[in-house]
Design a protein around this ligand. Structure first.
Ligand SMILES: Nc1ncnc2c1ncn2[C@@H]1O[C@H](COP(=O)(O)OP(=O)(O)OP(=O)(O)O)[C@@H](O)[C@H]1O
Ligand SMILES: [Mg+2]
Length: 253
C-alpha cells in the first residue's frame, strides 16, 4: 500500500484556480519533493494532504484513508516558518506535539530530551528560541514534528529562512535522520538543489494553476558527502533539467 496517493487534485480559492490535476504516489519511507515557483500551490498541496483543506476536485488518501480527520491523524506538519513559542523553552517547544496528544508534561519532556541528545542539541534544553541560532531553531521545529510519531511528515520549505551555508548543513543533517526514522516525507521547496539532494523523486510544478510538468529521480542515498554529491555530473544534469523546466524569472533560492 502506498503511504500517500493523490489523484487529479484540483483546487480553487473562489475564482482563483490554484491546482490543476495533481497526481502522485509516495511509498512508505519515500521522500517526494515538490519544486515550483512561488504561488503555484505547493503549500496548498500540503494542506490538502494533511487534511486541513478539502480539494475542489480529485481524491487523496493517506495511509489508505481519505477522510480529512484521518489524514490529519497520519500527518505531522512543519510549517514554512519555525513557529516556536517564544515564551517556551526549546525542550517544551519540541514536546508541544506530544502535549497536543494529551501526553503529560514530564513524559513529553523525557521524549524530547532523548531527541535533543540524539540530534546534537544537548545543553540547549532550557534555552528560549531567541537564544538559539536559526539552524538550531529549525532543528527544534523538526524534532517537534518528528516526535509526534505520525508516519507522514509534511515539510514546507523547512530551511527557506536560513542562509545558504546553514541550509546546506541542515540538509546534510536531515538526510541520515530521514533514513533512520523511515518516515514518509512530502517536502516542498523552491530550492532545486535541496529537492534533488534530499528526495527519492522530484515533481516539478508549473506556475499557478500548479500542474505537474515533469518528474525525475532525486539523488537521495547517493554515496559521498553532500559536497561530492551536489558537484557530481549526474546531479548537475538533473539540476539543469529542473531549472530548464522551471524556466526564466523564477526565484530558485
Ligand atoms: N486560504 C486562502 N485563501 C485564498 N487564497 C489563498 C489561500 N491560500 C493560498 N491562497 C492563494 O493560492 C495560491 C497558492 O498558494 P500557496 O501558498 O499554495 O503557494 P506556494 O506554492 O506554497 O507559494 P510559496 O512558494 O510562495 O510558499 C496563492 O496565489 C495564494 O495567494
Ligand atoms: Mg508555500
Amino acid at each position: 500500500m502506498t503511504a500517500v496517493t493523490a489523484r487529479g487534485l484540483s483546487h480553487s480559492f473562489g475564482s482563483l484556480e490554484v491546482l490543476d490535476g495533481i497526481g502522485f504516489e509516495i511509498g512508505p519511507g519515500e521522500v517526494l519533493a515538490l519544486a515550483g515557483p512561488s504561488g503555484c500551490g505547493k503549500s496548498t498541496v500540503l494542506e490538502i494532504t494533511g487534511g486541513l483543506l478539502e480539494p475542489s476536485g480529485g481524491s487523496i488518501e493517506v495511509s489508505g484513508r481519505s477522510a480529512g480527520s484521518e489524514r490529519l491523524a497520519s500527518c505531522a506538519w512543519m510549517p514554512q516558518r519555525d513557529c516556536l513559542l517564544p515564551w517556551y523553552s526549546a525542550l517544551d517547544n519540541a514536546g508541544l506535539s506530544l502535549r497536543n496528544q494529551m501526553r503529560s508534561r514530564s513524559e513529553s519532556r523525557a521524549i524530547a530530551t532523548e531527541s535533543f541528545e540524539h540530534f546534537g542539541l544537548s545543553g540547549f534544553e532550557q534555552a528560549r528560541p531567541s537564544e538559539l541560532s536559526g539552524g538550531m531553531r529549525q532543528r527544534v521545529a523538526f524534532i517537534r514534528t518528528l516526535v509526534s510519531g505520525k508516519p507522514v511528515l509534511l515539510l514546507d520549505e523547512p530551511f527557506a529562512a536560513l542562509d545558504a551555508i546553514t541550509r546546506a548543513e541542515l540538509q546534510e543533517w536531515l538526510a541520515p535522520v530521514l533514513a533512520e526514522t523511515g518516515a514518509t516525507v512530502l517536502l516542498v521547496t523552491h530550492d532545486v538543489e535541496e529537492a534533488i539532494y534530499l528526495a527519492d523523486r522530484v515533481l516539478v510544478l508549473s506556475p499557478r494553476p500548479g500542474r505537474i510538468t515533469a518528474g525525475l529521480d532525486g539523488a537521495r542515498g547517493a554515496a559521498g558527502d553532500r559536497t561530492e554529491v551536489v558537484s557530481s555530473r549526474s546531479f548537475n544534469q538533473r539540476r539543469e533539467e529542473v531549472l530548464d523546466l522551471l524556466g526564466p524569472g523564477v526565484d530558485h533560492t
